[in-house]
Design a protein around this ligand. Structure first.
Ligand SMILES: CC(C)(COP(=O)(O)OP(=O)(O)OC[C@H]1O[C@@H](n2cnc3c(N)ncnc32)[C@H](O)[C@@H]1OP(=O)(O)O)[C@@H](O)C(=O)NCCC(=O)NCCS
Length: 280
């Protein structure tokens, strides 16, 4: 097929299931296993505050071969997914999809586009670099075990998402794009148990055999007082009580404080993500 036989256009209304179906092929050779389902897509869109009408697809006679999911939030836009089916790669579709996403971002009032890419995803990184994106931060995902502790220091109190909203906005102001959004807290927090100590909070949940800690944060003025360690101990202990076999953390800041915490609880880094951005 010639390159100009691929059309780039908005996902037509009501066709989200077609995109989900196409993503099975698009991500079939992805570096890490990725959940592809309508349920996941709906929850993802709620969590990042995305709009289905902003999704752009590349199609040929057989249907969708590529997509990009730009999310616009004020002056910032974020790429909530990009992919091209293996049979249609290296024909400029990725580049055209990104150009369409940047147009949507600009039209929506954004001045910068951010994205995350798994370290080692060279095809995606060279695509973004060729479009003028540069690396601005890195984040890690890590895995460890639930653990039992005799005490945690100050006893965390059960809280609601509303009660930790302002702590979240302070504690996560320097975090990756998704995590610092209130919509992410509402979506992940709503399905989690939430606890707080002073100006610190943690959200945790068990899904199948895996425990997740979607959020753990302490407001900047309250750091270095042991609150984070107390919350981490409490969360690992609570996940042990809930019967989790392992514990996963996604996209935490790749900095010294976080590495020390991960070491302290014997967590191993499983994945590094690089944040890239471009002024548009
Ligand atoms: C990343 C991806 C979307 C690129 O799509 P694509 O349609 O093949 O990209 P393009 O044809 O527009 O390539 C544009 C540029 O990207 C770079 N690039 C793309 N694939 C590359 C590869 N395999 N090796 C080196 N550079 C590559 C090149 O600079 C290329 O320009 P060139 O062909 O003129 O050299 C596609 O490889 C993909 O879907 N991968 C799996 C999903 C994924 O990783 N998504 C991104 C998650 S952050």
């Amino acid at each position: 097929m010639k390159d100009d036989e691929y059309a780039i256009h908005k996902l037509p209304p009501g066709r989200l299931d077609d995109l989900v179906e196409a993503q099975r092929e698009i991500f079939s050779d992805y570096m890490v296993p990725i959940t592809v389902s309508r349920e996941f897509m709906d929850s993802f869109m709620r969590s990042v505050g995305g709009k289905t009408e902003n999704i752009v697809v590349a199609t040929d006679d057989g249907g969708i071969v590529g997509f990009v999911n730009p999310v616009v939030d004020g002056k910032e836009a974020w790429i909530g997914g990009l992919g091209v089916a293996a049979r249609a790669r290296r024909r400029g579709i990725g580049k055209r999809l990104m150009a369409a996403a940047e147009d949507i971002a600009r039209d929506g009032g954004a001045e910068v586009v951010l994205l995350e890419v798994i370290e080692g995803n060279l095809q995606a990184m060279s695509l973004y670099a060729s479009l003028g994106y540069s690396k601005t931060a890195s984040y890690v995902s890590a895995e460890g075990l639930p653990q039992q502790f005799a005490g945690y220091g100050p006893e965390p109190m059960k809280a609601t998402v509303d009660e930790v909203r302002s702590i979240h906005s302070e504690a996560y102001s320097e975090a990756c794009w998704q995590r610092r959004k209130a919509s992410a807290l509402v979506e992940s927090g709503g399905n989690s148990e939430v606890y707080r100590v002073d100006r610190g909070f943690v959200a945790l949940r068990r899904v199948g055999a895996t425990g997740f800690i979607p959020f753990i944060g302490v407001a900047p003025g309250e750091r270095r007082k042991g609150i984070g360690t107390s919350l981490a101990k409490f969360a690992l202990n609570r996940l042990w009580e809930l019967g989790a076999f392992k514990v996963a953390l996604y996209n935490v800041n790749d900095d010294l404080v976080t590495s020390r915490m991960l070491d302290k609880f014997d967590f191993k880094v499983t994945l590094r993500q690089v944040e890239m951005r471009k002024a548009i």
